[in-house]
Every structure is written in structure tokens, then in C-alpha cells.
Design a protein around this ligand. Structure first.
Ligand SMILES: NC(=O)c1ccc[n+]([C@@H]2O[C@H](COP(=O)([O-])OP(=O)(O)OC[C@H]3O[C@@H](n4cnc5c(N)ncnc54)[C@H](OP(=O)(O)O)[C@@H]3O)[C@@H](O)[C@H]2O)c1
Length: 228
């Protein structure tokens, strides 16, 4: 029986984090060849047995992202899962170093990854896909989240610009929006918690597989709300 991503090559950035392993597993189960990258090869250990190839790359640098793209070669889809969070202080009390850190992690890694892979995604024609996982605070910024909301907003704007470019070659770029992510480990550790505003990793992985598939070829430049 054919699977939705048979024959597709997908690169996953930040694959060893909270969400990554479930996404890599879902992509592989859907038939994709998967290249997984994280900060170091050790960071990739949660996906070492699932991905077809793993790379330790520092996406904080343009050179790191370019080396990764060169190592991966032709690719149909790129999923950006690099995360991080700082907050909890008011606009006037926020440490500007936290803003710099989030700008690096949440925006510059997107810039570097997309610049390195855009030629490959454009060459992939109608199979070309990019997806970012973002936060509902972009649409409804909350007190204490200024740096996080602003840097995720920048990453979304960049992604939606790429969507406009990929439209020329039939590809797509979209944003999957969540409020908080629940992992199986979190549910095990705190089984009585309701996790009401959380989205399970499996639900996000299913959405990302869908975005990479032919079924989503007409969805471009959209923010998919996965938080109910
Ligand atoms: N977790 C949530 O509740 C939540 C809510 C809304 C949106 N999101 C978004 O959902 C996505 C996945 O979340 P997550 O919790 O799985 O993310 P994460 O674990 O914070 O980050 C994913 C992986 O990226 C790695 N990484 C950090 N800097 C890197 C770099 N310079 N180069 C390469 N890899 C790097 C991280 O390593 P380190 O662990 O060493 O930093 C981690 O292994 C992220 O885009 C996040 O912003 C998450």
C-alpha cells in the first residue's frame, strides 16, 4: 500500500528536542527519507535509530545551515522545530540578553535554514514544503512574553514571505500554531494534570506529515491553529 510521503526527502531541524522524535517517527512511518539535525550529534540521539541520517549543526550560523543543506542534498520538505523560551518579566524589566537569545534561536535559525534550503525547495517544484511550529502568543501576545511573541512573529513573517516565493514553483510554506506542547514523558510524570491548553506531540506530527503530503498542495501561507 502506498504511503503519503513515499519517495519524499524531508529535513528536520531541531529533531532531538521535545517534539522532534515524534515528528521524525511519523515522517518515517509515512514513507519519507528523513535527515535529522540538532545542535550536536549527541542531541540527535533520540532520533538516531529512526532517521536515515543525522547531522550535528549549529543553525545559529549561516555557514552551519549551508553545510547541513549541502550534506542533505536534494530535499522536498524542511520542518523547523528549533525552540526555546525566556519571559516572565515586564517590558521594562526584561533582560535584553533574553531578547537577543530568542532572536537567535527562534528567528535567525529560521532565516539561516530557509536561506540554505530555499533553492532546493524551489527545485522540488510542487513537492517543495516548509513548515514552522509557532505559538498562539503571536496572535494574542500576553504579559511577560514580549521577546518570545516578537521573535516568533518575525519567524512567522519570514515563513509567510517564503510561502509567497514558493507559490511561483508550486511549493508551500505554512505555520503550525500551538500554545504548549505535551510529550508522553510529561503526561507520565504528571498524569493528573489536564493539559487543557496543550497539544500532544502526535497531533502536531500528524499535521506536519499532512503539510508535506500531496493532500496539502493547495495550502500555502496559512497559520494552522492546532490548539483548539
Ligand atoms: N514546547 C512548547 O510548549 C512550545 C510551544 C509553542 C511553540 N513551540 C515551538 O515548537 C517547536 C518545537 O518545540 P520543542 O519544545 O520541541 O523545541 P526545543 O526542544 O526547545 O528545541 C528543539 C531542538 O532544537 C535544538 N536547538 C537549539 N538551538 C539549536 C541550534 N542553534 N542549532 C540546531 N539545533 C538547535 C534544541 O537543543 P537544546 O535543547 O540544547 O536547546 C532542541 O534539541 C519549536 O519551534 C518551539 O518554539 C513549542
Amino acid at each position: 500500500m502506498s504511503r503519503p510521503l513515499d519517495g519524499r526527502r524531508v529535513a528536520v531541524a531541531g529533531a532531538g528536542g521535545g517534539l522532534g522524535p515524534t515528528v521524525v517517527r511519523a515522517l518515517a512511518d509515512a514513507g519519507a527519507w528523513v535527515a535529522a539535525a540538532d545542535r550536536t550529534v549527541d542531541h540527535c540521539s533520540p532520533v538516531a535509530e529512526i532517521a536515515d541520517v543525522v547531522h550535528g549543526v549549529d543553525l545559529l550560523t549561516a555557514a552551519g545551515a549551508q553545510q547541513w543543506a549541502d550534506a542533505v542534498g536534494p530535499v522536498d520538505a524542511v520542518l523547523h522545530l528549533v525552540g526555546g523560551w525566556r519571559g516572565g518579566k515586564s517590558v521594562e524589566d526584561m533582560d535584553l540578553a533574553d531578547l537577543d537569545l530568542l532572536e537567535d534561536l527562534l528567528f535567525h535559525t529560521v532565516v539561516h535554514t530557509t536561506r540554505a534550503f530555499a533553492p532546493l525547495l524551489k527545485a522540488a517544484g510542487a513537492r517543495g514544503r516548509f513548515a514552522l511550529v509557532s505559538s498562539s502568543v503571536v496572535g494574542h501576545p500576553t504579559a511577560g512574553n514580549a521577546a518570545y511573541a516578537a521573535t516568533k512573529a518575525a519567524a512567522e513573517a519570514w515563513t509567510l514571505t517564503l510561502a509567497s516565493e514558493l507559490a511561483e514553483t508550486g511549493g508551500t510554506a505554512n505555520v503550525a500554531v500551538v500554545t504548549a506542547i505535551a510529550t508522553p514523558q510529561m503526561r507520565e510524570e504528571n498524569p493528573d494534570k489536564a493539559y487543557k491548553s496543550f497539544t500532544d506531540v502526535g497531533e502536531i506530527a500528524d499535521a506536519l506529515v499532512f503539510l508535506c503530503s500531496d493532500a496539502a498542495r493547495k495550502m500555502n501561507g496559512q497559520r494552522l491553529h492546532l490548539h483548539g
